[in-house]
Design a protein around this ligand. Sequence first.
Ligand SMILES: [Zn+2]
Ligand SMILES: [Zn+2]
Length: 426
Amino acid sequence: MKTLRGFRDILPPESDVFHFIEEKSREIFNIFSYREIRSPTLEETALFIKSTGETTDIVEKEMYSFTDNGGRNVTLRPEGTPQIVRAFINHNMSTNYVPPFKFFYIGSMFRAERPQAGRFREFEQIGVEYIGNATPFSDAEVIILLYRLLSSLNIKDVLIEMNSLGCDKCRQEYKNALTRYLEAKIDSLCPACQRRYQRNPLRILDCKIDREKIRDAPEIDLCSTCNLHFEKLSNLLKKSHINFQVNKFLVRGLDYYTGTVFEAKSSELGAQDEVAAGGRYDNLIKSMGGPNMPAVGWALGTDRVAILLKDKVKINSEKRFFVACAGENARDKCFEVLLNLRKNGVVADFSNFEASLRSQMRTANKSKSSFAIIIGEKEIAQGMCILKNLKKGEEKQIPLVNIVEEALSVMEKKSHDEDTSLRRSE
Ligand SMILES: [Zn+2]
Ligand SMILES: [Zn+2]
């Protein structure tokens, strides 16, 4: 049996990379006061039709939707924002919780896309939502948060591309201008764009096939309020030394965005250079039946980031110990020492105390352990053990009662001369 096409097992050490990204995220979310909402994987299909939007690629053709045994139309979540909004409304969080309303989520999303390098049908996302603040400071905060996270993950050349889709008024005027511009070109555009032309002409700007044909499309003419908001955001990002640029063709493929939209890119990823994306959605909460509250957020593709980190994160770089046993009557003592080491926080392992010492040492060397602790009947009689440095091949005798202390001091030493969390592996 194999996994389904587009689905996969994430094995160690790759799973360590995912864990590392999640840990870093949680650490930084805590600093910025974002708290976790853990949502269900399965939702009513209507949730995504109403929020993500009927004209989006996601809802049109990418959702895993089915009828369950109770006859309900359900969908494996394709994105996290609609769930956070639903939870915010369901639990009446605007009155039951104290603002600011800042949330994050970490989990699998599902989209039936054509599988290709770095793209899976079940993929991991980490996202944040900041609800209740309409000012450019909240846009700036979430972008700075994203930038800080990517920097702390040691991703190079991060560029934020951003644009403003304006308020309802300037967006409607823009749609009209765009429709007029596209009228003469519509027959030459791809079938998807011909559909979009009727329902959501903005999406045509996103089309990778027709990009060249619409190079001279008009730019959005922001009203003074929207312009001021975007200017202020730009200034805040400049002051924070965020590497960003304005891309007038950036519209994002979701229906609920209003005002600021952005993407984070890294040149390290090559052609598929987008690692995260987001924007404002000031109308979504109200349109879903909640209070009239603005919001802004983003989602990061963990799988993409994991590709970038695969070769440069050195995880579990602490010194590891391997307990090897020589002789039948030493086994219980070895096990006792092993458990005692672990109890005191030493990373220690063993293989098979009943195997020959030679075979255990072979395993120790393969297991990337730094040190072996060898205990035989002779050593026990003397109250000693052998501590062997597996890299250097040196060994010394130490009293058994001192082994925990010795192991801890060896681990300690390393944290001074090695960066424990992140290292280039070259
Ligand atoms: Zn406006
Ligand atoms: Zn097109």
